[in-house]
Design a binder for this molecule. Sequence first.
Ligand code: NAD
Length: 510
Amino acid sequence: MSQTLTENQTSAATTTTVEHWIDGASASGASDRTGPVYNPAQGVETKRVRFASTEDVDLAVQAAARAFPAWRDTSIAKRQQVMFRFRELLNARSGELADILTSEHGKVTSDAAGEIARGLEVVELACAMPGYTKGEYSENVSTGIDVYTTRQPVGVVGIISPFNFPAMVPLWFFPLAIATGNTVVLKPSEKDPSASVWLAKLMQEAGLPDGVLNVVHGDKVAVDALLHHPTVRSISFVGSTPIAQYIYSTATANGKRVQALGGAKNHMLVLPDADLDLAADAAVNAGFGSAGERCMAISAVVAVDSVADELVDKIAERMSRLTTGDGTRGCDMGPLITREHRDKVAGYLDVAASDGATVVVDGRDPEVDGEPDGFWLGPTLVDKVPTSSAVYRDEIFGPVLSIVRVDGYEDGLDLINSSRYGNGTAIFTNDGGAARRFQREVTVGMVGINVPIPVPVAYHSFGGWKDSLFGDAKAYGPRGFDFFTQEKAITSRWLDPSHGGLNLGFPQHD
Ligand code: NAD
């Protein structure tokens, strides 16, 4: 590391601390624990972030609890006005947010813009909240008696998000939670925490009352404080499978409703009749976008043997044109989130070699348009990966694309269905019958047909099956509105003088 970088690292580390956002203001909290935030393309620590204590989390929960009654009772029209203003502000100032994402996560500017666009979709869905939460009405179920259901907010809700989409994942949840009248405590990833605070400040600018959206930073201490806090009524979690499982079991044991989205290992099945150029483009985009740090990334291309050689050549040729470097310099792919993660991902190449796979493109020593100390790993392709290898089984979460060869459709389907994960999958084929069979038979929550990353639009819900989702509550879309509201059924009878007045007996079915 150069002398200049060392000086930058020291001075930057002592100047900026990312604070909590509690009750509409910056808050340091009582804990003096902090963690590092890096610029992954420079490989230097640029900020520190507060790590909340249990007491700090309690302050945020109390602020949310105080804000709840007034926000719940704020008319739908006024809540919507806040969401519409937020949507306008976010649209107008998305460049600022993109810069934050690139500087703390490392993703290239175009990936940052894409992340914000997908988050904005959910804000727009939140603006359409009244249409999703209208309730139901049955008139005259018995003489003079009506039954209707309303949907009401659940109260203070907790959101815990991962590092890989520091803006989009919070946006999957808090706009719907707030539009439906809840108040929020958000605990973003400690690795790239600034986007959440920026979003909370923008909500305040949009007219959100103080205390409705709070942000606390930290690690397991902060998460556990939310999971055990009696005032927190629900938990929305996105992250790795072991933590999702822990969140689900702990929060449900504490009586909370939980949506816990976990890790993934997404397969793309390529049949012999597929358009191989389309499939190769898709594999490269879906494998290496955001440096493979996406829960919907394709990490295993399942190629039918008869076309596998040709497909591998096409993928390798496209990879040779990808540029890796600083996300602000127009490159295709940025760095990984931390040095430890980069080293862990790179370590899978040794495993690949010892397990008998063929490393076709080795990204360990990439040509980089950026600082030498960045957390770099170039696009990597491994062919003939045995399904017993950890390279196939583990969620690597980096720019490593595996090719697994199969005999045909049945073999490929069995492989995908035997995975513990079931987040996303794709089939590439020109056979409509095969595609239709696949969509019916595959045990995965989100399926693409000639579409490699089938992230549903905001008005369809997002979530996987098996170890990719604990519980049954998907994110956003109709299921998101369900999650953030509780249904109340009302049976009602009113005095009707023309029928001789109010009868207080039990309803008769006549
Ligand atoms: P992670 O599980 O390490 O962290 C997620 C959150 O949990 C963070 O806020 C973190 O502070 C907290 N956390 C970490 N360890 C904890 C512990 N021991 N106890 C309590 N809380 C803890 O995940 P990550 O590395 O930030 O994100 C990457 C993972 O998220 C990948 O597995 C990816 O597939 C997954 N992910 C899934 C989806 C989805 O929709 N299914 C979307 C994005 C990311």
